[in-house]
Ligand binder design. Structure first.
Ligand code: M6R
Length: 602
């Protein structure tokens, strides 16, 4: 959730640290800080709020030094105050941390002879390390001894007074990368943070720690044995961190969808057939287990309809944070599928580890091929969405659906549920989607024209049936994430079992319903809403609008699409409704309050 950077440079590091933190700000933006060593002296600057505030502090009160660490925070323990901002310093040690130290209360009790100044779990790390220095341990030993006492998840970087050529870095449960430069070395939460400085990256493995100096990095495994970890060249991605003329990254990412979906499909479709690595084989699978969080979870719920309808494969879909503690029985013929944009979501990773030895195969669908979830899966399928900066997931969701749809077609073929002609027809529909998405994007002005009114609402409902039910959930999630308006998604048929009590003229109801086999039933549910003064915004195609467009508050006519693939197309109005409503509300679209892009804590 937080972003970490460390630099052992050959020039002043404060500006480099701040630039790197900008690329990590998606991980948290409650407060930020940096620490450097200059003439042997450890010093820090910190500020509450966005990184711009830290930059202002540094203008008035610069920080010199060629070695430093930095942090951008998503608060867990203690509110977003300057005192609680990282780096945390105790005497001769400064520490930046991503994760949660679960035994921090015990550690505080053990260190009761020391004076704590923050409410954070992280300060215990700095205090403990300083305590070991007091006991006469050297810097490296003090840091490694400290690590032995920590329970929980962490990525950590330590910087020491009197030592301008050492950062101790450690990883357990939260990713950490080491970057190799020419006479310079770097530490960062991800390769993107380090991309302008170097693209030669070594990812620490689970439990690793490293002594990083300008000469290189000595890496040790969890047992303290010297470990050989490969340095890999990671493709430069910095260019993607530009808004490309859009006001927000989210808008840019919404409009990139035709291109990224097309790239993604090209990777998994050749001619008239879908193509995956040989070890993606559903022939003997008796059950699918799909696990993820948030938007990725909704992609899994859509996929359930596809795997069941196309491939006849029973599917269990779980929220990762529930799955990991539920102890569900796992068949040894099950294929477990984990979906994650970041590939670092702590709950999803823990769920994956839970089934690793039980299921026949662990497949992941990820946007970051170097991520922990990708590396710990039997097969990792990249979605090729490119870097997604907006905290509200859009293009990653689209491409998760793209990969899941092609996977379901593969499963259907392997299990003899579809013939070559049906496969070719489905592929042709899939291939038409980027063009249809372009047409849907052209409806932006029409969509935007109703969002001023929507932004006045205190509560909004989204309805859908079949594979459009998870789209109702996703539409509601997008709206609440970035406009802060309360929104819920329901299966249309569920409305009369309770939620209809909410309906009056103040509650807009957005009905996502292409003209499919269930359309008439959805129209009945819509009528039930309108009969109670509810304001319906119907999103449908030309046939649906002709049949049911009268009497609605608004009707959006979408291009026609094969109903089974409609979720990909209808994602677009859901995203644009949320985006334009948020513009009216004046919220921080790319970095909405209380959220972070990569959720690496439980
Ligand atoms: O990186 P992941 O896909 O694993 O993240 C899962 C959720 O945290 C994420 O989808 C979240 O719900 C987004 N903010 C949704 O827009």
């Amino acid at each position: 959730m937080c972003g970490i950077v460390g630099v052992l440079g050959d020039h002043e590091v404060a500006p480099i640290l701040v630039e790197a933190l900008k690329r990590l700000e998606y991980r948290g933006y409650d407060s930020a800080g940096i620490a450097t060593v200059q003439d042997g002296r450890l010093d820090r600057r910190r500020a509450v709020g966005k990184l711009a505030n830290l930059s202002d502090v540094l203008v008035h009160d610069p920080l010199a030094g060629k070695s430093g660490i930095g942090h951008t925070r998503w608060a867990t323990h203690g509110g977003p105050t300057v005192t609680n901002a990282h780096p945390h310093q105790a005497g001769r040690v400064a520490v930046v941390h991503n994760g949660i130290i679960e035994n921090y209360r015990d550690l505080r009790a053990r260190l009761s002879h020391r004076t704590f100044v923050t409410e954070t779990d992280t300060e215990t790390v700095a205090q403990l390390c300083e305590d070991f220095l007091d006991q006469g341990l050297g810097r490296r030993e003090a840091a490694t001894e400290t690590l032995k006492h920590l329970d929980g998840a962490y990525a950590l970087a330590f910087l020491f007074q009197g030592e301008a050529d050492l950062i101790v870095a450690a990883r357990k449960g939260s990713p950490l990368a080491i970057g190799h430069g020419e006479g310079e070395m770097f530490v960062g939460s991800d390769a993107i943070a380090l991309s302008p400085m170097t693209n030669l990256i070594t990812y620490l493995d689970e439990g690793d720690y490293a002594f990083v100096t300008r000469d290189g990095a000595q890496i040790f495994d969890a047992h303290g044995r010297l470990a050989n970890r490969d340095a890999r060249t990671i493709p430069a991605q910095a260019a993607q961190l530009d808004k490309g003329g859009h006001k927000h990254f989210m808008a840019k990412e919404i409009f990139e969808q035709p291109v990224v979906l097309s790239d993604c499909l090209n990777d998994y479709i050749v001619g008239d057939t879908v193509t995956f690595p040989d070890d993606v084989d559903f022939t003997d699978t008796d059950r699918m287990i799909l696990v993820a969080c948030g938007t990725a979870h909704y992609a899994c719920v859509v996929a359930k309809y596809w795997f069941e309808q196309l491939a006849g494969l029973p599917c269990d879909v779980d929220i990762a944070s529930e799955f990991r503690y539920r102890e569900p029985p796992v068949s040894d013929r099950a294929t477990a599928l984990f979906v994650s944009q970041s590939g670092e979501t702590a709950d999803t990773l823990a769920a994956l580890r839970h089934v690793q030895e039980k299921a026949a195969r662990v497949v992941s669908v990820v946007n970051v091929p170097e991520s922990s979830i990708a590396r710990e899966s039997d097969v990792a399928l990249p979605i090729h969405a490119g870097v997604e900066v907006g905290v509200a997931s859009t293009k990653a969701f689209m491409n998760q659906l793209g990969v899941l749809a092609t996977l379901a077609i593969l499963a259907a073929r392997q299990r003899g549920r579809i013939d070559a002609a049906r496969e070719a027809a489905l592929i042709s529909e899939l291939r038409s989607l980027p063009g249809l998405i372009n047409q849907a994007l052209a409806l932006e002005d029409k969509i935007a024209s109703h969002t001023a009114e929507l932004s006045e609402a205190h509560s909004v409902l989204f309805l859908g049936r079949g594979p459009m039910f998870p789209m109702a959930l996703e539409g509601a999630l997008k709206l609440k994430e970035i406009s802060y308006i309360h929104a819920e998604g329901y299966a249309s048929g569920e409305l009369k079992h309770g939620p209809i009590a909410l309906i009056d003229k103040s509650v807009p109801v957005i009905v996502m319903a292409p003209k499919d086999a269930l359309f008439d039933k959805t129209v009945s549910n819509m009528q039930e809403v309108m009969a109670r003064d509810g304001r319906v915004w119907l999103i449908t195609d030309a046939d649906g609008a002709a049949q049911a467009g009268d009497g609605t508050w608004a009707t959006l006519t979408m291009p026609r699409v094969d109903p089974i693939l409609a979720p990909l197309l209808y994602a677009v109005p859901a995203q644009l409704i949320a985006y334009h409503t948020a513009l009216h509300k004046g919220t921080d679209v790319d970095q909405p309050r209380n959220l972070a892009k990569s959720v690496t804590v439980e």
